[in-house]
Ligand binder design. Structure first.
Ligand code: IPM
Ligand code: MG
Length: 360
């Protein structure tokens, strides 16, 4: 039986980074006889241009049919004037929601070779290895009612609703506890329960789950403090679990600790472990088409796909260690470049990873 992998390159740098990650996936596919069948479809602005919607029916149908999805990045200024319901980002949010990809894993791992590229002092980030578990299909991103309404005085008012049901909190909580069991056994749940009812319930549900995971030490932290602690003493964290919007913000902050958001992969999983894999960064319109983008976050997303959905740890580790060896050799795209290293284009970086994989 062949196993379908759907590739969604997306917009701006999306196709450039995905091309490199696809080459890696193809090599691994042959080398480990995974029998993957790769196909491509449109999402985001690219889909808007072709079909006038950011998530076309045929893309969604193929996504449902696929065992895993590899996504580049969507959105950008070209579609700024588009109606908000049709924005490229809506395609991404819809596909997450339609496929119930509630569990977003965002590991922030500092490659020792990149310690100098971090905006923090090397001793603050050396050895950093944290995992942010972000709830991805609920909270304020999806809560109803939402909209922009006109008040009686004629003034417009924007509004959104942050909602989490117990079952949604429990589902992401279990994924986070299970992740902590496999790591260093420390889980910090991040909320704003000094102000928000939705956070009071969040905290209650996390506390209720804790006795089922006796090997995990659960703590709680307010999100403002968590933001501060992330840049002050990030190594205190092992696994962080939080809601959709807090997770969006904290994961960008965590990314910078590691030198560049261009290094961070992510997995978005459903209850069965099927998933969509994408870099944490966006479509970077400012550097699109110049061969400057760092393909490593997307290549490392392939490694996550191999580990979490395709169950091929050996191949996942091979990709990760190939990336590490390329960094050892001093190759750097512009975002992680420091003096004395060798500047590489998107293509050169992808090619170097392929070379290392082939040389194993
Ligand atoms: C992310 C992105 C998306 C999000 C955007 C592009 C809708 O920032 O994956 O972190 O907010 O979830
Ligand atoms: Mg984000």
């Amino acid at each position: 039986m062949s196993r379908k992998i759907l590739i969604l390159p997306g917009d701006y740098i999306g196709p450039e980074i995905v091309t490199e990650a696809r080459r890696v996936l193809e090599l691994v596919n042959d080398k480990y006889q995974l029998e993957l069948e790769l196909e491509e479809a449109l999402l985001g602005g690219a889909a808007l241009d072709e079909y006038a919607v950011p998530l076309p029916e045929q893309t969604l149908a193929r996504a449902r049919d696929a065992e895993a999805i590899l996504l580049g990045a969507v959105g950008g200024p070209k579609w700024d004037a588009v109606d908000r319901a049709l924005r490229p980002e809506q395609g991404l949010l819809q596909i997450r929601s339609e496929l119930q990809l509630f569990g977003n894993l965002r590991p922030a791992l500092l490659y020792p070779q990149l310690a100098a590229a971090s905006s923090l002092k090397p001793e603050v980030v050396a050895g950093l290895d944290i995992l942010i578990v972000r709830e991805l299909t609920g909270g304020i991103y999806f809560g109803e009612p939402r909209g922009i309404r006109v008040l009686e005085n004629g003034e417009r008012q924007g509004y959104n609703t942050c909602v989490y049901s117990e079952s949604e909190i429990e589902r992401i909580g279990r994924l986070a506890f299970a992740s902590a069991v496999k790591r260093n056994g420390r889980l910090c749940s991040v909320d704003k329960s000094n102000v928000l009812e939705v956070s009071i319930l969040w905290r209650e549900v996390m506390d209720k789950l804790a006795p089922e995971y006796p090997d995990v030490e659960l703590s709680h932290m307010y999100v403002d403090n968590a933001a501060m602690q992330l840049v002050k003493a990030p190594k205190q964290f092992d696994v962080l679990v939080t809601g959709n919007m807090f997770g969006d913000i904290l994961s960008d902050a965590a990314a910078m600790l590691t030198g560049s958001i261009g290094m961070l992969p992510s997995a978005s999983l459903d209850q069965q472990g099927r998933g969509m894999y994408e870099p944490c960064h966006g479509s970077a319109p400012d550097i699109a088409g110049q061969g400057k983008a760092n393909p490593l976050a997307t290549i490392l997303s392939v490694a996550m796909m191999l580990r979490y959905t395709l169950d091929c740890t050996e191949a996942a580790e091979a990709v990760e260690s190939a990336v590490s060896r390329v960094l050892d050799r001093g190759l750097r795209t512009a975002d992680i470049f420091t003096a004395g290293q060798q500047l590489a284009s998107t293509r050169e970086m992808g090619g170097a990873v392929l070379g290392e994989l082939g040389n194993e």
